[in-house]
Design a protein around this ligand. Structure first.
Ligand code: FAQ
Length: 316
């Protein structure tokens, strides 16, 4: 008789051999739970992440910028849908996941709890927030759970367009009037530290990392990805002629990467616990959208039931 221990060993062997785990494969309960947690939180982040940018669609400075922003926000809705589908393959319904978001039980990325005060914030989000998201998501294209890895491939292609449009938006502002330059620098100042927080707590404080690395759900640690991000942005900002708001940012020739200052972890945990500048506003907006969309869900269900009845009658 195969024991649970043997199942677990075979499972780990499979992971070590770089095979993908598929929905119907045997998996430890904790592997299922961790993936469900991470994928659904990721889906929630995409959907809540539409709100700060959606706020600027009516105020985009030209038709071209408005069309680009609408396309980007729509892409994020699509990312949320692929990810909810991937999470559903682990056995939880989308309704349950959404209930958990709306009740405050499920987390979503801390970054979307900051306000978007000026048009330059659209550039800073594209460049910094999507830039941080891509670094994390390129790694996730090789994650061990098949449906998550496959969803990530397409998402990454779209995210790299998002990052470029963000950089280009800031590039235009950085070459503009004194007021535009100031707006560009101000947005970078406000989004820099929250972007660094997107990678999660320090490795030493990260409760899930050890096991997630062993199961190859995560392939790089929070600190490793954060360092990659700092190294990338510290070079790209030179092209904008702007600065990052960190007096400790300095190239370290010995480690061939940038040193940088300490993140305000108190602020990070406050935002994660629901006390950031916009947490309440974001969840209220999602609850309102969910309530106002009830009739669409009811109509879709009624239509599906009607179609099923017709199928059953014609099969009889
Ligand atoms: N915010 O043990 P770890 C995007 C929580 S998508 C809130 O290190 P883990 C696209 C964490 O859940 C952005 N909570 O956790 C876009 C855990 O709590 P739990 C989202 C955070 O999972 C762009 C606890 O802290 N991307 O931006 C955060 O191993 C523009 C301990 O942490 C993803 O979700 C945080 N920043 O590593 C959309 C990528 N960090 O659940 C619109 C997938 C940590 O045990 C516009 N996720 N926590 O109660 C991941 O790669 C991982 O989940 C990490 C965290 C790296 C985020």
């Amino acid at each position: 008789m195969t024991t649970i221990h043997q199942f677990e060993n075979d499972f780990q062997d499979k992971i070590d051999q770089e095979a993908k785990i598929e929905p119907k494969d045997w998996m430890p309960d904790a592997y299922r739970k961790t993936n469900l947690r991470q994928i659904s939180q990721h889906a929630h982040s995409e959907v809540v992440g539409m709100l700060p940018e959606g706020n600027w669609i009516t105020r985009a400075p030209s038709l071209k910028r408005k069309a680009i922003l609408i396309a980007k926000v729509q892409d994020e809705a699509g990312h949320g849908l692929y990810l909810y589908c991937a999470a559903e393959t682990l056995g939880q319904s989308r309704e349950q996941m959404i209930d958990d978001l709306l009740s405050g039980k499920a987390k979503y990325s801390s970054i979307f709890n900051y306000p978007t005060l000026t048009w330059a914030d659209m550039g800073a989000i594209g460049w910094l927030v999507d830039g941080a998201a891509i670094l994390n998501q390129v790694m996730l294209c090789r994650t061990s759970y098949g449906p998550y890895a496959r969803a990530m491939v397409r998402i990454c292609k779209e995210e790299s367009f998002h990052q470029r449009q963000g950089f280009e938006t800031l590039l235009v502002l950085s070459k503009g009037t004194a007021a535009q330059k100031e707006m560009c620098q101000d947005a970078i100042n406000r989004w820099w530290w929250p972007s660094l927080m997107m990678f999660g707590p320090k490795d030493s404080e990260s409760t899930n990392s050890d096991q997630s690395m062993k199961w190859k759900i995560k392939r790089k640690s929070n600190d490793e990805l954060r360092q990659n991000f700092v190294d990338m942005i510290a070079e790209q900002i030179k092209l904008l002629g702007m600065t990052l708001p960190d007096p400790h940012l300095k190239w370290n020739e010995q480690k061939k990467s940038y040193d940088f200052g300490e993140i305000n972890w108190e602020e990070f945990w406050n935002v994660v616990k629901g006390n950031g500048p916009c947490n309440k506003e974001r969840i209220d907006a999602r609850i309102k959208a969910h309530e106002q969309g009830a009739w669409v869900r009811e109509a879709a269900l009624a239509y599906a039931e009607k179609k099923n009845k017709i199928k059953t009658v014609s099969a009889a």
